[in-house]
Ligand binder design. Structure first.
Ligand code: ATP
Ligand code: RIB
Length: 309
């Protein structure tokens, strides 16, 4: 089967502790523990597949229990997997979630950082409609992937998460759709005094003008519980987040957005606004469930939420 969407990125085993409040430095608190599949790349592939798109995932795992379970999980989701085994541990993430559903995360990239151009089957990219990358593998690989995708006329979607000191802006010349969250957008703007607070205070036409200062056809800034802002050369659009949902855990909301958006691009034949609404609904549903990949909603639930809004 041909995969319309190819996600190239990380798998992490998520080790998650929920607590009432985050511990302060030097403090110990009692919480509850759960572990499950995560990692931005894998989460986005799961989100896209559940949202109804034929999806492939390219990633790197260690030869360990986390890695073996990851492969079983991804296959069970109906994702076409291309997994390189590295002599490094499978990536992992320590996640704290407080009672407001907020999170703090530390990741160890492990095998993800060793994902290399030779691990990406060339034919896979040529047949795809959309390719999605993030910042949890290695950034040189992302450049290689987007160059190949551009040559093949495949739409490139970059989620610059997490923002890294070794970010190479040349990738922006190869990006069709850039999807940063607020923190990542502030880092990209890289202007003294420009903070998340100033981003929130910007009137939409000024935010649009700022987005247009990057040479990227479409920028979608995800704004957490506010929703998202879509900027294209032909104009801009604010899509409010869905309201009335019980927020359990926002971890992976950005991944639900990106995966849902990519599936929307295929479903709505490249229509950015419809795809962003689809991603926004997928992300809204994801915050109502605990965990990252396991919280990604099914196509039917997304359609139901969009009908009811
Ligand atoms: P994470 O790093 O936790 O995965 P993120 O910071 O990358 O998330 P956000 O901008 O926080 O991403 O959220 C992504 C999308 O999730 C938002 O654009 C919105 O559609 C949805 N979302 C987030 N929080 C809420 C909420 N409280 N209620 C409804 N929708 C939400
Ligand atoms: O975006 C959420 C993801 O970030 C988690 O699954 C964790 O693995 C980190 O990569």
């Amino acid at each position: 089967m041909i995969s319309s969407i190819v996600v190239i990125g990380s798998f992490n085993q998520d080790l998650t502790w929920s607590c009432t409040e985050f511990p302060a430095a030097g403090e110990t608190v009692v919480g509850r523990f759960k572990t499950g599949p995560g990692g931005k790349g894998s989460n986005q592939a799961v989100a896209a597949a559940r949202a109804g798109a034929a999806t492939a995932f390219v990633g790197a795992l260690g030869d360990d229990n986390f890695g073996h379970d990851a492969e079983k999980f991804l296959r069970a989701e109906g994702i076409a997997v291309h997994l390189a085994r590295k002599k490094l541990p499978t990536g992992n993430a320590a996640i704290l979630v407080n009672r407001r559903g907020e999170n703090q995360i530390i990741i160890a990239l492990g095998a993800n950082a060793a994902l290399a151009p030779r691990d990406v089957p060339a034919a896979l990219l040529g047949d795809a409609r959309v390719v999605v990358c993030q910042h949890e593998t290695n950034l040189a690989l992302n450049l290689h992937v987007f160059r190949t995708a551009r040559r093949a006329g495949v739409t490139t979607v970059l989620n610059p998460a997490p923002m890294r000191a070794d970010f190479d802006p040349r990738i922006l010349d190869l990006t069709d759709v850039l999807v940063p969250n607020e923190t990542e957008f502030v880092a990209l703007v890289n202007r003294r005094g420009f903070t998340e607070k100033s981003l929130h205070a910007l009137p939409h036409h000024d935010l649009h003008r700022l987005c247009r200062s990057f040479d990227v056809p479409t920028i979608i800034v995800t704004l957490g519980a506010r929703g998202c802002f879509v900027s294209q050369s032909r104009g801009h659009l604010f899509i409010p987040a869905h309201t009335g949902l019980k927020v359990v855990d926002t971890t992976g909301a950005g991944d639900a957005f990106v995966g849902g958006f990519a599936a929307g691009l295929v479903r709505f034949d490249g229509n950015i606004a419809s795809a962003a609404r689809y991603g926004n609904a997928a992300a809204g549903l994801s915050v109502t469930k605990f965990g990252t990949a396991p919280s990604m909603p099914a196509q039917r639930a997304i359609a139901r939420l969009l009908r009811s809004a």
